[in-house]
Every structure is written in C-alpha cells, then in structure tokens.
Design a protein. Structure first.
Ligand SMILES: Nc1nc2c(c(=O)[nH]1)N[C@H]1C(S)=C(S)[C@@H](COP(=O)(O)OP(=O)(O)OC[C@H]3O[C@@H](n4cnc5c(N)ncnc54)[C@H](O)[C@@H]3O)O[C@H]1N2
Ligand code: MOO
Length: 400
C-alpha cells in the first residue's frame, strides 16, 4: 500500500493530542511510589515532631532553675526519675528538680531545656550544673520540623527518596499518583528474532522491542512486550488484538513503509482507523498513527534510529502527559561541530553527540543502530534549510 498522504509533524501531534486518553489517578502503597508522580497536593495532617522532644541524652530541667549556675557556684538539682524514647512521661518538674532523659524522649511537664550529660556531674540523686541553660536548649519543639496543615508537596511532583521520606514522616501509607499507562510493544518482521536465538542468514536481532519497552519504562510507563509478529496478516492481527485487550496504547515497529508486505496499515484500518500514514520528517517518514477501540496505535519505522526518534517525537509526549511529566523534556543549546547538508522538503531530526559545547552530528544514517546508540539526542533542521554551518547554535533534544 502506498503512503496515503504525508503530513507535517504538527498535524501528527494534533491528531495525537485529540485522542480520547485521560490521565487517571490511583492510590498506591508508599513503598511503590518511588519515581511516580503525585496526583494530589500533600498537606501535613500532623505536627512533626508530634511532641516536644529531647535532642540529646542528658537532664531535662526548668531553665530558670539554672540561671544562677557558674563554675564556681554550680547549681544542684534533684534527679526524680528517668524518661526513655517511647515513654509517656507522668512526672512533672517542680522547682529544683530534673529528670534523666534520652534522645528522642518526650519532655516532662514544666521542663523547657535538656542539658547534655557531658556538661554536668552526677552525684547520687543530684545533678550538678555549671552553666545556665536557656529555654529550648536540647529540645525540638512540637511541630517545628513540619507543622500540621503545611503544604509539603504539590501535585505533579516526581517522587524521589526525599519525597518518600517526607511522606513517611507524616504517616502516609498510601499516596495518590498518576496511573502508569500500559503500553503494548510489538516487533514485526520475518527476519527479526530475539537475542538468545542463533542467527540464520538474513536474520537480525530484535532491537526495537527492547528499546521501546525500556524507553516506556524509563519514562515511568508500564511496558508489555508481546513478541515478534511475522509479516503475515494473522500473526500481526493476533498480536495487535492482544495489545488492544491488555493495554492503553499499542506500539509496533517495522512494516510501516509502503512495501508490498507492509501490512500494518491495512490491518489497523480493518480493526480501527488509520489517521496518519506518513509524516514529512526524516527519519521517520513511514509512520502510522491510528485508533482501535479508542486506543492509540503507533506503527513506527523498522530502522531502530527512525523508530526511537519517532518514539521520542510522538509517543513520549503522550506518555508524559498521561504521567503528569510534561515539563520534563531535556533540551540544551550547543554549537554544531561542523557543516551538514539536510534533506529539503522534510523536517530532519539529526542525531548528535554532545561533546562539551559542541553537538557532533552522527551521519551513519537511520539504518544504523549505532546512530542512536552513539547519539545523546537530536537537533531539528527545518524543511526549507539545506545547509547548517559549523559553529551555528542548535538545540539538542535528549533521547530519554
Ligand atoms: N520504497 C521505499 N522504501 C523505503 C522507504 C520509502 O520511503 N520507500 N523508506 C525507507 C525508510 S526511510 C525506512 S525508515 C524504512 C522503514 O520501513 P518499515 O517501517 O516498513 O520497516 P521494515 O521494512 O520492516 O524495516 C526496516 C529495517 O529495519 C529493520 N528492523 C525492523 N524491525 C526491527 C527490529 N525490531 N529491530 C531491529 N531492526 C529492525 C529491518 O530488518 C529493516 O532492515 O523503509 C525504507 N524503505
Ligand atoms: O524515514 Mo526513514 O525513517 O528516513 O529512516
């Protein structure tokens, strides 16, 4: 089947934008939230610490009892008990009294300072104090770390270990995050086999299946690799239908161009609707975008570099939107290392390697897997530009 109509990239992105996919929210146990994106603002329901607590091992005192203490005239206070971390103290300090207290234990009533044991002497049931303590010494007051009612994290925050620690501190055992989109990944082609298989003449190892599945996971989605479809109608149809059943999005690679055995487009048309078949970009012209049962299906080119460039351009923005990570596209300005010639009439995405302040073009072509392996990202060369000079400022969009 020939290309139906090659459209500009913007049109392809508009079609994807119009697809009926919604960001969904789910509650997950705290231990599963690392790397996920918060779907709710988090306000502390408690004071942290929840009680006035000792920050040192020593003696809890009424600071005013020690104001007259000096090396020459130390103050002696009676030690009336001991409080350990986890205790609920029942004692109440009266003038002239103190208690032994351990780090993390709640202060007894009327105490407002804790003097570390290294600074005092103990004689029997008395503690000897050589310098005044001030109110608050050795104490962390209730709510001074995190006050109840404080807004701690905004919806849209990606949770790293600092954020999960914060959620632990305020007692959250479950958190609302954006649901991971499930993405079915299918490789196609009679010549494509999985690593672990001996290569026969004419065969190659599947690169795209691994690359797409892991690119989906790297973005925070869930990938389901369904295997390699043969270049026949039944095999392709079976895996596509499996994908529609198990997943929110289906990605195929290979079989997208207009060759006689490139069946993908006609099968998608049969099962649903093909919106786009051919985009005016290089690499990645033979790309199919469709919908089956309301689920977006992408037919990406077979060449790994074309496939991954198009994944980055078309699929990654959709996944980011569903995951609440729109703002996380990494771009940097660099200088082109040397002159390059571009294809006229197609927007070109040229793989480049970043070396210091330079973007070094990789010119092996989209048929080489090392074009994208060696590349850090790509630069855009507009359709009406034929030559970019060395030293020109370019913007590099990173893969992943
Ligand atoms: N007559 C035309 N032929 C081609 C055109 C064209 O416009 N007219 N475009 C070329 C371009 S550009 C590309 S890109 C490819 C893409 O074609 P397909 O998407 O149909 O891909 P295939 O033909 O199935 O494969 C292309 C190439 O990639 C290898 N491949 C496929 N799948 C994998 C995989 N999972 N892992 C690793 N390598 C894979 C496959 O063996 C082929 O060598 O079409 C050009 N032809
Ligand atoms: O469109 Mo192909 O994807 O140029 O390499």
């Amino acid at each position: 089947m020939a290309f139906l109509k090659v459209v500009p990239l913007e049109e392809a992105l508009e079609v994807i934008e119009s697809f009926p996919l919604e960001r969904r929210v789910e509650k997950v146990p705290l231990e599963e939230t690392l790397g996920r994106v918060l779907a709710e603002d988090v306000v502390s329901p408690i004071d942290v610490p929840p009680f006035d607590r000792a920050t040192v091992d020593g003696y809890a005192v009424r600071a005013e009892d020690t104001f007259m203490a000096s090396e020459s005239e130390p103050v002696k206070l009676k030690v009336i008990g001991e409080i350990n971390a986890g205790d609920t103290p029942t004692v109440e300090l009266k003038p002239g009294e103190s208690v032994y207290i351990s780090t993390g234990a709640p202060l007894p009533k009327n105490a407002d300072a804790v003097i570390q044991f290294e600074d005092v002497d103990r004689e029997g049931d008395e503690v000897i104090i050589y310098k005044p303590a001030y109110p608050g010494l050795g104490v962390m007051k209730r709510g001074t770390d995190i006050p109840s009612g404080k807004l701690l994290l905004r919806a849209g925050t990606r949770l790293g270990f600092k954020e999960t620690a914060l959620l632990s501190a305020i007692g959250f055992s479950e958190v609302k995050v954006f649901r991971k989109p499930r993405v079915a990944v299918i490789s196609t082609g009679n010549e494509v086999v999985l690593p672990g298989t001996e290569l026969r003449y004419g065969q190659i190892y599947d690169i795209n299946g691994r690359a797409i599945a892991d690119a989906v996971r790297e973005l925070g989605g869930e990938a389901v690799f369904l295997g390699i479809a043969k270049d026949d109608k039944d095999s392709l149809k079976e895996l596509i239908l499996k994908g529609v059943e198990c997943c929110d999005i289906i990605i195929l690679s290979g079989g997208a161009s207009g060759g006689i055995r490139d069946l993908t487009s006609s099968i998608i048309g049969e099962l649903g609707k093909v919106y786009i078949h051919g985009i005016a970009i290089q690499p990645g012209k033979p790309t199919i975008i469709g919908l089956i049962d309301g689920k977006p299906i992408f037919g990406l080119p077979g060449y790994p570099t074309s496939c991954l460039t198009n994944f980055t351009l078309l699929v990654a923005p959709l996944l980011r939107k569903l995951l609440g990570r729109e703002s996380e596209v990494r771009k940097v300005k660099k200088r082109l290392a040397h002159k390059v010639f571009s294809v006229k009439g197609r927007m070109q995405f040229l793989p480049v390697k970043v070396e210091g302040e330079n973007a070094v073009p990789i010119l092996k072509g989209s048929g080489a897997v090392t074009s994208f392996i060696d590349a850090d990202g790509f630069i855009e060369v507009h359709e009406n530009v034929e030559i970019l000079d060395g030293g020109e400022e370019v913007e590099v969009t990173f893969f992943g």
